[in-house]
Design a protein around this ligand. Structure first.
Ligand SMILES: [Zn+2]
Length: 580
């Protein structure tokens, strides 16, 4: 599991959320919180890191939403782009840029990818039979036509794919097709249309060799990727729509057609890096260091449904460019489901069930530290997990508040009260003092190792363990008793506790940035901000401790406890479908 190669910098991406709905906690657990924890750790460690995100704004579902609401597609994407930008900010997902695939710059990047692949002989033109509405005089891509799945009989299957069983089929295999456009319920007919296909099979051998060289990837990601690589074929990359990147060809056949969203969406990472370089560096070539330099390490964070695109298709597109790096890891999480109290079972979040919890709803009601802590504690890394209100209450209150927050608070309160608001001068250390002091660098290294290996749940357990161990020490030393009889002993105990608090201040940063910042203010510790150019190593600086005599500010509660009655009321609101 070790990183054999040494890299000069890390490029991190999180899947671009589709600008056709509000992001919810399932998204956060899949692709955003793990990436943000990783990036915050890298920044604090002084390692150069760039974090790229943005909205995915093309494709049929957006035009369908616009049709149904009687508005323009641009209005749909503006609504969700701005809402999701705000939701990410409030949750502390700390992108260096949150871009948009509707930017002109993105058309430019996508067209360059297309042209390079075409010139390399990796794009073919083929005629295909597609559903057409004679009433509306238009082709019906994807969800514009519905019918019965030829494999499983599901009655709401789309033109070439069934969301119930996952089957993909030719248009003419769809049973009982019907047009799915407002004010058009005619029966569609089949017509020939020319489209462009990416010859993924050209990259089979190269993909296989590359995947075989990455034993350290998670088994779920490797399994899905290997399954795809063994049966690659040409995949259509254009659609009959006017909502997408124009096809860069001087050809009458491109009329009414655009590059399809699955081709352009991952290229959004490149576009947004280009825009970041222009904004942050005033340099239109700054992005190339991040995409074309072999000493850059690229990591994609995604949900499981995105594995084929990030571990097979996009890498093939990058291979076809000739001078791009490939991802060094694709960190794919399983799903975060929702626990249903009425049935006692976890169920998938779905729009129709109304059981999804949107970030914008949640962040109005709880601190981002509380949300981030709980989602990290149950992160669906190896298997699905479920959001459960009782567990949210118990784990946040019982672990972050009672174990870590309480230790910090009682240590600092006693120190401030008894030692003139300064870290006391210790006396001679006994074995327990020494054992606890010696454990701190080891525990910080343990958390760093977990984060570096994308085991975020384990990292949060190790964070809580620092607090657990320190509470045992505190209770054993009973400074509230010794202060009546032995001030030297009390000073030593609280000096040791202050060192634990200093380590916690750093360890909290990736998970609960607000609590960490508050604590840093109390301790007078400056936490390096880092970024794409790197910076000071604030992670290992924590091992130097907090010298005796360091002034302390009046402590305040880092993690306020949740009121069970409030949580219960919101759980009821959620069960009634009001948390979307
Ligand atoms: Zn089906």
């Amino acid at each position: 599991m070790s990183i054999e190669k040494t890299f000069a910098r890390t490029l991190v991406t999180s899947a671009l959320p589709y600008a056709n709905g509000y992001i919810h906690l399932g998204h956060i657990a899949g692709a955003y919180l793990p990436a943000d924890i990783y990036v915050r750790f890298k920044r604090l460690s002084g390692q150069p890191v760039l974090y790229i995100g943005g909205s995915d704004e093309y494709g049929v579902p957006i035009t369908l939403t616009a049709l149904k609401e009687g508005i323009l597609p641009k209005e749909v994407i503006d609504r969700y782009h701005s809402a999701n930008t705000e939701a990410f900010e409030r949750l502390g997902i700390s992108y260096d840029i949150y871009g948009r695939t509707s930017w002109d710059l993105h058309s430019d990047t996508t067209q360059a990818f297309f042209t390079k692949l075409l010139k390399g002989g990796h794009i073919d033109q083929q005629s295909m039979e597609l559903w057409f509405s004679e009433q509306s005089q238009k082709f019906l891509p994807d969800r514009y036509v519905k019918g019965t799945c030829p494999k499983c009989g599901y009655e709401d299957a789309t033109g070439d794919e069934c969301e119930n069983c996952g089957a993909q089929y030719a248009a003419h295999d769809l049973i009982n097709p019907r047009v799915n456009i407002p004010n058009d319920s005619s029966t569609p007919v089949l017509r020939d249309s020319k489209h462009w296909f990416l010859r993924l099979q050209d990259f089979s051998a190269q993909l296989k060799e590359w995947l075989d060289g990455h034993d350290e990837w998670r088994a779920n990601v490797k399994g899905i990727a290997n399954g795809w690589v063994s049966e690659l074929r040409a995949r259509c990359i254009t659609r009959d729509t006017d909502w997408g990147v124009p096809i860069p060809l001087d050809d009458a056949e491109v009329e009414g057609k655009r590059i399809y969203v699955w081709f352009d969406a991952p290229i959004g990472y490149v576009t947004n890096t280009r825009q970041w370089g222009i904004d942050a560096k005033g340099d239109s070539c700054a992005w190339e260091l991040w995409w074309k330099d072999q000493s850059t390490r690229m990591i994609h964070f995604i949900g499981k449904d995105n594995v084929p695109f990030h571990a097979v298709i996009f890498p093939a597109m990058l291979m076809g460019q000739g001078d791009y790096i490939l991802p060094d890891n694709v960190v794919g999480n399983e799903y975060l489901n929702v626990y249903n109290r009425a049935t006692g079972k976890a169920e998938k979040g779905s729009k129709s069930k109304g059981n999804m919890i949107s970030v914008r709803w949640f962040i109005e009601r709880f601190s981002r530290d509380a949300i981030r802590y709980y989602i990290c504690a149950i992160m669906p890394e190896g298997k699905d997990a479920a959001f459960d209100w009782d567990e949210f209450l118990n784990r946040y209150n019982g672990e972050l508040c009672d174990v870590v927050g309480n230790f910090v608070h009682r240590s600092l309160t006693m120190t401030v009260k008894n030692f003139e608001s300064k870290v006391p001068e210790p006396g001679a250390f006994d074995d327990e003092d020494r054992a606890l002091l010696d454990s701190l660098p080891v525990q910080l290294d343990g958390i760093a190792e977990s984060i570096e290996n994308f085991r975020f749940r384990q990292a949060s357990e190790r964070l809580i363990d620092i607090g657990r161990r320190a509470n045992v020490y505190f209770d054993g030393k009973a400074p509230w008793t010794t202060r009546k009889t032995d001030m030297v002993r009390t000073a030593t105990t609280l000096y040791v506790c202050c060192q634990v608090v200093r380590a916690l201040c750093t360890a909290l940063v990736p998970f609960t940035p607000d609590g960490a910042a508050k604590l840093a203010g109390i301790l007078g510790v400056s936490l390096p901000v880092g970024g794409p150019d790197g910076g000071d190593d604030g992670w290992n600086a924590a091992k130097e401790g907090l010298p005796a005599g360091t002034p302390l500010q009046q402590p305040e509660v880092l993690f306020p406890k949740l009121d069970p009655e409030v949580v219960e009321a919101l759980a009821v609101e959620h069960a009634a479908g009001q948390a979307t």
